[in-house]
Design a protein around this ligand. Structure first.
Ligand code: TRP
Length: 374
């Protein structure tokens, strides 16, 4: 297979991603059964995203748990580039981070990179990026974070706190490193080249706040890993621990497992503010592993392994194993038809959206409990 059949960078995910090859290319480690067991010792239940493999790769997670078991807690850091309204795929790292926070009582830092989305041309004006960021923060809060243990900040509003560290980081990253890691060339603007320094800084904020070194774990999409390779190379020279990482795969879109949910293709994505009618219509048109005719499907069964609808059961909408297994067995056995399966999923999705939208509404009055500014 040619090298270029897929591309994963912080700014572009294209083609059918081969996650095994990515683990090799990036030099990360697989999350294996012993590691899952180790996590479960502390959380009792395993989050479906973990046990069903959407979180599949890590760096130094065993070390974070070593420290934790010695009584040294870790902080969590994740972020959002506010390029558009948020969909289910965007919610994954936040839902998972909130779960980790709950089980490990961890402090969470959330960076909103309005600067990034302006610099990388998602918007003509910086104000637009900030405005979308404020809308996204409502969805992020609705993921269930504890206000006492969570700090959300916008790069443009917290820059005095970030900048002293950002310059120290920036001094350690040469242009040739930035070119090699991110593929920059002479046509990139200089803000794009500097930006990675800002994405590094929050790894160290908890250490600064506490005045001692605190391990940091970053739940993020694997596409963000290049930033943190840079961070890990320079962290110790600045006197901090290397951040640890736990990576998720891209959440598949509704049009098949080979394409991710994408805001630029709204029919592949369920947005957090979609009405039941809109979400239902998208699900009705989703790609499944069904047969050409009902008769054939009854006789031969369908294929959940290639089905977007089943992927949604797997990752978000069938947390209980017996139910999830039943959906699969009925599907393979030709008992479950795609139409009814989509309707059933639609019921779960609408319930989820309804509750999310209530929490989102409530979040408008809670913003100031979460946001930190200069
Ligand atoms: N660059 C990320 C994006 O485009 C946003 C981000 C900032 C982030 N800091 C992060 C993501 C830390 C994960 C972890 O969405």
């Amino acid at each position: 297979m040619p090298e270029e059949d897929f591309v994963v960078t912080p700014w572009e995910v294209r083609g059918k991603v081969d996650y095994d090859r990515l683990v090799q290319q990036f030099g990360t480690e697989r999350i294996d059964a012993p590691l899952l067991k180790r996590i479960q010792k502390h959380t009792e239940e395993l989050h479906p995203l973990l046990k069903r493999g959407l979180y599949f790769s890590h760096r130094d997670l065993n070390w974070v748990l070593d420290e934790y078991e010695k009584g040294r807690p870790f902080s969590l850091y994740t972020g959002r580039g506010p390029s558009s309204a948020m969909h289910l795929g965007h919610m994954i790292p936040f839902l998972f981070t909130a779960w980790l926070q709950k089980h490990f009582k961890a402090k969470v830092w959330i960076q909103i990179t309005d600067d990034e989305k302006f610099l990388f041309r998602d918007f003509d004006t910086l104000e637009d990026a900030t405005r979308v960021g404020y809308d996204n923060v409502l969805d992020i809060i609705a993921a269930g974070f504890d206000p006492k243990l969570t700090r959300i900040f916008f790069d443009t509003e917290y820059i005095r706190h970030l900048y002293p560290l950002a310059v120290r980081v920036a001094k350690k990253v040469t242009l040739s490193t930035a070119k090699a890691v991110f593929g920059f060339d002479a046509s990139n603007n200089i803000g794009q080249i500097f930006y990675t320094a800002l994405q590094t800084v929050p790894c160290f904020l908890e250490s600064i706040e506490q005045g001692r070194n605190v391990p940091c774990l970053i739940p993020c999409g694997i596409d963000q890993d290049p930033h943190f390779r840079v961070t890990r190379d320079l962290a110790e020279s600045l006197g901090y621990y290397k951040p640890a990482l736990i990576h998720n795969k891209m959440m598949p879109g509704l049009k098949g497992l080979d394409s991710k949910m994408s805001s630029s293709h709204p029919d592949t994505a369920i947005f957090m503010t979609d009405t039941p009618k809109v979400a239902g219509a998208k699900l009705r048109d989703a790609f499944t592993g069904g047969r050409a005719t009902v008769e054939e499907q009854r006789r031969l069964g369908a294929n959940p392994d290639i089905c977007s609808v089943f992927a949604y059961y797997t990752y978000l909408f069938a947390p209980e194993d017996p139910y999830w297994k039943r959906v699969e067995t009925e599907c393979r056995g030709g008992i479950r038809m795609c139409g009814e399966c989509k309707l059933e999923l639609g019921g779960h999705v609408m319930e989820f959206l309804k509750e999310h939208q209530l929490r989102r509404e409530k979040a408008t009055g809670q913003l100031e409990k979460f946001l930190v500014r200069d």
